[in-house]
Design a binder for this molecule. Sequence first.
Ligand code: SF4
Length: 363
Amino acid sequence: MSGLGPAGGGATFHGVKMNKLLTKGKRLDFEEACRLWDLDLLTLGQAAQGVRRRIVPEPRVTFVIDRNINYTNVCVSGCRFCAFYRAPGSPEGYVLTWEELAEKLAELKAHGGSGVLLQGGLNPDLPFDYYEKLVSFIRDSGLAVHGFSPPEISFLARENDLTLPEVIRRLRDAGLSSIPGGGAEILVDRVRRLLSPNKCTSREWLAVMAAAHREGLRTSATMMFGHLETRRERIEHLFKVRDLQDETGGFTAFIPWTYQPGGTSLGGEATGAVEYLRTLAVSRLVLDNVPHLQVSWVTQGPKVAQIALSFGVDDFGSTMLEENVVAATGVGFRLDRAEIEALIRQAGYEPQVRDHRYNIRGQ
Ligand code: SF4
């Protein structure tokens, strides 16, 4: 592919006009998707906006009022990109007390929040009924629980000799309403073995999501990129999400975010804004069956997040009253509700508050 101008220009791909290929709804195959990286930034952005308009035609950008609650930072996984966890026995390890949890929930409710993003480390000292109590405690406070990424669910199944559907059913019965797509990193085991050898494999990550979708829980999917993976492996990741979505239809949104090296044992450089925006656009183009694409302002900051609204994004994530995992790397972007709404309006869109299942809650 060479001499590519803006979308709609003379650019061709296997003799087909790029504009036709990318905006007429033709599904990209794997090799076509890999060659998207050859396109220039603005062509990718325009094409991604075409898909965004087809899937979400309204000029709106949604966000949720929530907080992240990390019930424990004790973790046996030891992922090389993580600055948040502490090994079992560390004096800096914690499990939130019920009083601390109640305070956090009360603060969120005072801010008009609808739910909690609940995640923790893989803590071997917590019994299964702790998780059921945790979920019902939050549910009984009137807040939805968007909780436990696939590595946690896979860990709970293994530690308690339960199947994935059994873990999911018991948590759902306790009040779990949806599952965040964390812990995906890159769904290619070559990369996972290097980054997080003790975490679930890509097959297990997908198996948790398939089981959750079959049990009637909607989930998001994430991709943490910009570390050891190749661009082709990012496309592999996208195709694994797309294939499962074809089967179950259970994914609500895709959330790509960039690896933050501060304080991690892996180290290295943070990925820049241009590569981030290109990856967002490629994600929107490949994932033609996932309803929403979410920007990661917590890693990119408000200005890049605003620009991302021209690269296929229709969701601004959350107000994140509390965030600990990215903050542990030293990246400290914070935005409140008024700032998020102003950023969305300045970019020409109408802000709308949603819940964790992407139902619109109103202004
Ligand atoms: S990313 Fe999650 S699983 Fe990995 S070390 Fe950190 S807390 Fe543990």
